[in-house]
Ligand binder design. Structure first.
Ligand SMILES: Cc1cc2nc3c(=O)[nH]c(=O)nc-3n(C[C@H](O)[C@H](O)[C@H](O)COP(=O)(O)O)c2cc1C
Length: 470
């Protein structure tokens, strides 16, 4: 089972988030993904606050699992925030603006706050404002685009910049390979839009879904064309004949002219709402009119999407596929590389002890710690470990090890070795005897991943004492 730190924090099973998609991610899709163990994020879709409240109730009728609501800060959302707080929605997700005014209230209500960003600067600003989870959106994403950087670069950059704040990767991820890659980049989860657009529960118009299935990775374009109602905001949409026709005059869309022809109608809060040419709204299932000329928002990942499935099947496939990739393909590669790295560290550690290069020995640990089980002594941290070196080497200035064997365990390298030395300085109150000892010992070098965190040594102290005292 794929399970990350963020899954733990949110109380979800798998690190798959369905993106809020205006008019597309309704209660059915959000609940289906939450029921499948991921996190469904309901889009507010321009709905007035009472309708948002109804939709939250609908999600709750369909699932008892955690879910979220997304609000676009380009629009007035004060009252929507109030509804979410009042309804104790588990996750409040923001996009396209400064979340700072809302974070404190959301936290007081016990909510987790997400913010989707497209740059390191915006991520840093959000974290300063107290946001709990950063969604890093790469430029290959579908829908509105917050930045200009590809997911594979943006995610690790933001992970490094905001650590330990968890990061969710968005943009260009549509199959299990993408999920594994995002986790490898340091993301704690993925947020996927285009892949879930092609699900049964998505409220996208059937012709729009068909367009996504037919599109290749080269069939989308970054544009500001669909700017009516949300001007000058770049977004990625399918390059339909309508888009091709208008691309050279894309600024026209952001003029939001009142006399643009009406292409069709959609229903918002039970009322028919006209869709003017260049409207920013993607066509939902109930839309009438010239769907092909509307904002068919989709990402480059459309090239990876070729069938419509139930959302739960998509989640299951992503998780099972990711587990297979990790077990079949990566374990072999990673396993050997990890072993080699651990062995290198252990050998360097033991060789550096022999030449009294204690700086290097300390450097082999991510946190220096010796546990000497026979004498029940623990030396923790650099200061105590250096003191242990000083004490033991003044008793046995020629102390050295001879490696006998080295074996790999899950979280440790187990080493058998001879320890040798001549007693030329005081040892635990015993004056120097000038005698030599030779003792067979076992050490567990404990690792967290590739990092050495402890050397735990087992030996019989009687064996040494007998040799020293005759
Ligand atoms: C049709 C569509 C509508 C979107 N609407 C929203 C939205 O309302 N709020 C939001 O935060 N992100 C929205 N997004 C962006 C997604 O959150 C996410 O960044 C994107 O889908 C990831 O790229 P992908 O489509 O390749 O999976 C939308 C994306 C799509 C495809």
């Amino acid at each position: 089972m794929l399970h990350t730190r963020l899954c733990e924090a949110l109380g979800i099973e798998v690190p798959i988030v369905v993106a809020p998609m205006g008019l597309v991610t309704g209660p059915e899709l959000a609940a289906a993904v939450s029921n499948a163990g991921g996190l469904g994020i309901l889009s507010f879709s321009g709905n007035p606050p009472p309708v948002l409240r109804q939709q939250i109730h609908q999600v709750r009728e369909l699932t008892d699992k955690p879910f979220g609501v997304n609000l676009l800060l380009h629009f007035p959302v004060e009252e929507h925030v109030d509804v979410c707080i009042d309804e104790r929605v588990p996750v409040l997700s923001f996009y396209w603006g400064d979340p700072a005014p809302y974070v404190g209230r959301a936290h007081d209500a016990g909510m987790v706050v997400f913010d989707q960003v497209g740059s390191v600067a915006a991520a840093t600003r959000s974290v300063k404002a107290g946001v709990d989870v950063i969604v890093a959106q790469g430029e290959e994403a579908g829908g509105h685009l917050a930045g200009r950087v590809a997911t594979s670069v943006l995610v690790p950059r933001i992970v490094d910049a905001v650590a330990p704040v968890p990061v969710v990767a968005a943009g260009g991820i549509a199959d299990a390979r993408g999920v594994v890659a995002a986790l490898a980049l340091g993301a704690e989860a993925v947020q996927m839009g285009t892949r879930f657009l092609a699900t049964r529960e998505a409220r996208a118009h059937p012709a729009y879904k068909e367009r996504v299935l037919a599109a290749t990775e080269e069939d989308t374009v970054r544009t500001t064309l669909f700017g009516h109602g949300w001007p000058n905001a770049p977004h990625r949409a399918i390059r339909t004949p309508f888009v091709e026709e208008w691309l050279s005059d894309e600024a026209r869309g952001s003029e939001s002219r009142p006399d643009e022809p009406i292409l069709g109608h959609t229903t918002i809060a039970g009322r028919a709402v006209p869709i003017p040419r260049f409207s920013t709204l993607p066509p939902s299932a109930d839309v009438t009119g010239d769907v092909e000329s509307m904002a068919l928002l989709a990402g480059e990942s459309a090239g990876l999407v070729d069938r419509i499935e139930p959302a739960a099947a998509v989640v299951r496939e992503l998780v099972a596929g990711a587990a297979r990739i990790i077990a079949d393909r990566l374990a072999g590669l990673g396993g050997d590389a990890l072993r080699e790295e651990r062995e290198r560290v252990v050998r360097l550690h033991m060789e550096s002890e022999n030449v009294h290069d204690f700086d290097t020995v300390i450097g082999t640990f991510s946190h220096p710690r010796y546990e000497l089980v026979a004498t029940d002594r623990v030396h923790d941290g650099e200061r105590e470990v250096r003191e242990y070196f000083r004490e033991s080497r003044s008793a046995f200035p020629d102390q050295r090890n001879e490696l006998i064997s080295l074996r790999h365990a899950d979280d440790a390298v187990v080493v058998e070795f001879w320890l040798l030395g001549t007693h030329e300085g005081p040892l635990l109150g015993i004056p120097p005897t000038g005698r030599a000892f030779r003792c067979r010992m076992t050490a567990f070098f404990l690792f967290e991943g590739a990092k050495l965190v402890c050397e735990r040594v087992y030996f019989d102290s009687g064996t040494i004492l007998r040799q020293l005292t005759g």
